[in-house]
Write a protein that binds this ligand. Structure first.
Ligand SMILES: [Zn+2]
Length: 309
């Protein structure tokens, strides 16, 4: 409360005074809390951030709300995950927002995937007939710290373009983030190093970037295809495979139904681990650093407990 009473009069004073437009914080709207967290790292108090999807929601399927349109209407910058992650819900909202500067292709529409290392980009003809929701490669690419760094740098460049007077500030914030991230990467890599090659099964194909970074071995997925719910035949085959390969861990994102993973866990003797792939996925995960802190700790404890290899 204390903070609010201090900040509010300042905000009001700012709004009422005839200050030049660039003095007000830029309104940055990100589609996810991961991108919002990275924007905050770079933008500091020169930006005001918001996110549409919350980390505990399936980012492929977000229920649109009228409040999203209002946020988009007044946004100075929209940051999206891209790679069709938001295709099921974002385009109509952007249309209705009546904000020409954040339309796809416009200056204030920033597709973060342009900066990231994207895995599993399909070659040949791309068809959605099989229900694959990853037609342009893995859109869950923020789950490698190196991609977090690249995205933050992309945001830094964009913010500096919009607000050149603050370019030095953004550069300094990015440099500080980069350093803290490098320190954390060492810590995370050391924690995961003993478990290289550990076999896991994941519900959705959310983790390829994480898996690549830490050298895990994904034996299979609970979904037969990304976006397709588990079927009895696929579940049976996966369970047999897991028994054969002695897989001890099934990772499930918090927003999926745990019924099938639990059944597979009972049949195969594997532990079901609810692991958030996003900032906001659980209450402890309040920023991009805490996302890796939390997930790596959870996974390491589970591997130790189950003796997974
Ligand atoms: Zn996905």
């Amino acid at each position: 409360m204390k903070k609010l009473t201090l900040v509010l009069p300042i905000l009001l004073a700012g709004a009422l005074s005839a200050a030049p437009a660039h003095a007000a914080p830029l309104k940055v709207v990100a589609t996810t809390q991961d991108l919002e967290s990275l924007a905050k790292e770079v933008g500091g108090d020169k930006i005001q951030t918001d996110s549409l999807a919350k980390g505990y929601q399936d980012p492929h399927q977000v229920e649109p709300k009228p409040s999203f349109i209002l946020k988009l209407h007044s946004a100075d910058l929209l940051i999206v995950v891209g790679r069709e992650l938001e295709i099921g819900w974002l385009p109509p909202l952007i249309n209705q927002a009546r904000n020409t500067q954040i339309q796809p292709g416009a200056d204030r529409y920033l597709d973060a995937s342009n900066f990231a290392h994207i895995l599993e980009i399909p070659t040949g003809q791309i068809t959605r007939a099989m229900g694959d929701v990853h037609p342009q490669g893995i859109p869950h690419y923020w789950l490698s710290p190196e991609n977090g760094r690249r995205i933050a740098q992309g945001i830094q460049k964009k913010l500096s373009e919009i607000s050149p007077a603050d370019a030095g500030y953004f550069a300094q914030r990015y440099a500080d983030f980069d350093k803290r991230l490098a320190d954390s990467e060492k810590k995370w890599a050391a924690a995961m190093a003993p478990y290289k090659g550990a076999k896991i099964v994941t519900y959705h194909r959310s983790w390829p970037n994480f898996v690549e970074t830490y050298g895990l071995n994904v034996v299979g997925y609970v979904e037969p295809k990304p976006g397709i719910p588990p079927s009895p035949s696929h579940t049976y085959e996966l369970t047999q495979e897991m028994k054969k390969d002695n897989v001890k861990i099934i990772i499930i994102e918090p927003y999926f139904d745990s019924k099938t993973p639990n059944a597979i866990g009972r049949d195969s003797g594997a532990q079901v681990l609810v692991m958030p792939p996003s900032v906001g996925g659980t209450k402890e995960v309040t920023d991009y650093f805490k996302l890796f802190d939390y997930d790596i700790n959870l996974l390491v404890e589970a591997i130790k407990k189950t003796g997974a290899k």
